[in-house]
Design a protein around this ligand. Structure first.
Ligand code: SF4
Length: 180
């Protein structure tokens, strides 16, 4: 298993393709997967922290490509918490600012990147309004649903899997619940 090197780059959407890895031009095989960057130890969460998976080898891929939709959307680190509402819109919790379009553009940029290099699978962080693939949090409560980036990647034909949480194929114990 190889974690592709993360290299900040300015340009593109908002702050740019901050978590696009340098060797992505060489990514051509299906044994490369996208992974929520915070799960690989990148401190890109809204609170400035990461949420590293204890054993990324269990993802079973030879190359892991870290991506963070919210940083790619230019939201910065740290940043105000956002939430995906029942109507599908994504808003800043405190101000109510609608950031749906910005996040959608970032998610499509990730899908373009994956598509251009034959990457078809994404392991994403559960409970996130962007990356959650079977659960997200609304009002601090875990509810069934998918984050905006996960939804876009699925619409674009990718296989999106939760890398953590109770629905993850990697979950060590049934019913284990992790908060965002
Ligand atoms: S869950 Fe997704 S959007 Fe949130 S910090 Fe991790 S990679 Fe970024």
């Amino acid at each position: 298993m190889r974690i592709l090197r993360v290299r900040p780059r300015v340009g593109g959407i908002g702050m740019g393709l901050l978590f696009t890895s340098e060797p992505v031009a060489n990514v051509t095989s299906s044994n490369q997967v996208l992974v929520s960057a915070c799960l690989l130890g990148v401190s890109c969460r809204y609170d400035g922290l990461s949420k590293p998976l204890p054993d990324a080898d269990r993802l079973g891929a030879q190359g892991l490509i870290p991506v963070c939709p919210e940083v790619m959307a230019g939201f910065g680190v740290p940043r105000p918490a956002i939430e995906r509402r029942e109507d599908g819109r994504v808003v800043v919790c405190d101000s109510g600012e609608d950031v749906t379009e910005r996040l959608e553009r970032a998610a499509h940029a990730i899908a373009d990147l994956a598509s251009a290099h034959g990457v078809t699978t994404a392991w994403l962080k559960e409970y996130s309004p962007s990356c959650g693939s079977t659960f997200l949090k609304r009002g601090g409560v875990a509810v069934p649903g998918e984050g905006l980036a996960a939804a876009v990647l699925r619409r674009r034909g990718m296989t999106v899997l939760p890398a953590d949480g109770p629905c993850s194929p990697l979950a060590p114990e049934p019913g284990a619940v992790e908060t965002r």
